[in-house]
Design a protein around this ligand. Structure first.
Ligand code: AMP
Ligand code: GLY
Length: 422
């Protein structure tokens, strides 16, 4: 079949790499893609949020499956757009309906969902401008640290963890006054959970589900998890502390009730559920849901998935998900993200990347790159993901580090301590 993959990051390069390996994949198009995705298919100048343009391309190129990488088109309703258009009937969109995508698009929705289906998560309350004073009084009575979350999509910046009540109250007011735009017109205030985080990825057709390899990402810019949050500086899979017993708790207490909730609420959902988890004591709690795969987790999860990805995704719409066998590579995989100097604050783009031809023994997924004639240029804060296999994540990382040293561009920075807390 012909497949259109939407997005342009490292996650999408990993998807393109994996989709193109399937015998079921004829033509693969990536809209808009990057310098790396072009090796696995044809990049097309499409904005994933411009649904009429996506429609025109899909109809004109006999596309049978659209794989949506990022959350924004899903939250904006690309699934529903396809469903409601006769010309697009029968074309599979991998991802939830807008209703299902609310699990990521609204933190208040996700918290109410978890409360309804008894899914363990931090205690919370939600407030708007209308009950602002109540919110301020509520904050005053909470222990610190306290977690404030803008309800809507805020490009990963809408979560604040504060150690001081007065500061939390000031930030709460700033959120209601538009610090994160409309995303902050509702604010979720939740209890701080102390523990170690990990990510579980589930594919579901809204009834059955399959669990993909477990991963853990590293979001802070600095070594030892210090400094500003980024889109992700590295990841590993599997995660040594996530043993059978913990995974069983995740499945029984979180995955099953989540799928049951999706079903009971009649949410149309044929895609990925990314469950951000934290282990507190010996028990898992949900930090967040996302309605798509994680980045940079995908850059280690898909390399460890031995099963055919196109067959797996096709099974979401043909009722055959329960027949799919998820086979995991026994090796560990680790990825290191090379970023532009200054990121996640201001950084420059357009720097020439050298040394890509010298890489052996790693997969290099492009995150923010652009082809300019024969030269690959940096085109984002996160530039490349260097993924390697090994008998354990440390061995995999050692290979990634060796290769990360062979790649050069002005301002290159990467964390050398991925997995330091495992
Ligand atoms: P989110 O966007 O909800 O994933 O939040 C971003 C990050 O904030 C998470 O990856 C956690 O590291 C942290 N975080 C969010 N909620 C909590 C919480 N209730 N307790 C502790 N840390 C949290
Ligand atoms: N790795 C976290 C995310 O994709 O949101």
């Amino acid at each position: 079949m012909n497949i259109l993959l939407l997005g342009s990051g490292g996650r999408e390069h990993a998807f393109a790499w994996k989709l193109s390996q399937s015998d079921l994949c004829d033509q693969l198009y990536i809209g808009p893609g990057n310098a790396g995705t072009a090796a696995h298919g044809t990049n097309v100048a499409l904005n994933p949020n411009d649904f009429p343009a996506v429609k025109q391309f899909v109809v004109g190129h006999d596309i049978q499956m659209v794989v949506v990488g990022p959350e924004e088109p899903l939250v904006r309703g690309i699934y529903d757009y396809f469903q409601s258009d006769e010309a697009l009937a029968g074309i599979q969109v991998v991802g939830p309906s807008a209703g299902g995508a609310q699990l990521e698009g609204s933190k208040a929705f996700a918290k109410a969902f978890m409360a309804e289906f008894d899914i363990p998560t931090a205690a919370y309350r939600e407030f708007t401008a209308e009950n602002k004073q109540e919110g301020l009084d509520y904050i005053a009575k909470q222990p610190t640290p306290i977690v404030l979350k803008a309800d809507g999509l805020a490009a990963g910046k809408g979560v604040l963890i504060l150690d001081n009540i007065a500061e939390a109250q000031a930030e709460f007011k700033a959120m209601l006054e538009g610090k994160f735009g409309a995303a902050g017109s509702t604010v979720v205030i939740e209890a701080f959970l102390s523990g170690i985080e990990f990510s579980v990825f589930v594919v579901t057709d809204g009834d059955h589900y399959k669990v993909l390899p477990v991963a853990k990402d590293y979001k802070r810019i600095g070594e030892g998890d210090t400094g500003l949050n980024t889109g992700g500086m590295g990841s590993v899979s599997p995660v040594p502390f996530v043993d059978e017993a913990l995974l069983k708790k995740v499945e029984e207490r979180i995955i099953k009730p989540t799928i049951q909730g999706i079903k009971q609420r009649n949410m149309t959902y044929q895609g990925f559920v990314f469950i951000g988890l934290i282990q507190v004591g010996n028990d898992p709690y949900v930090i967040e849901y996302n309605c798509r795969m994680g980045d940079p987790e995908t850059e280690v999860v898909l390399p460890r998935l031995k099963s055919d990805l196109v067959a797996l995704l096709a099974a979401l719409s043909n009722g055959k998900l329960s027949q799919i066998d998820i086979q995991e590579d026994r090796r560990a995989a680790s990825t290191i993200i090379l970023v532009s100097g200054g990121y996640p604050e201001a950084y420059e783009k357009g720097k020439a990347i050298h040394g890509l031809e010298k890489i052996t023994g790693s997969l290099v997924f492009h995150a923010g790159t652009r082809q300019d004639g024969d030269q690959v240029l940096t085109n984002g804060g996160r530039v490349l993901a260097v993924t390697s296999y090994g008998n354990d994540f440390q061995k995999a990382l050692a290979v990634s580090k060796t290769n990360a040293e062979k790649i050069n561009f002005e301002g290159k920075y990467y964390r050398k301590d991925i997995g330091f807390d495992l």
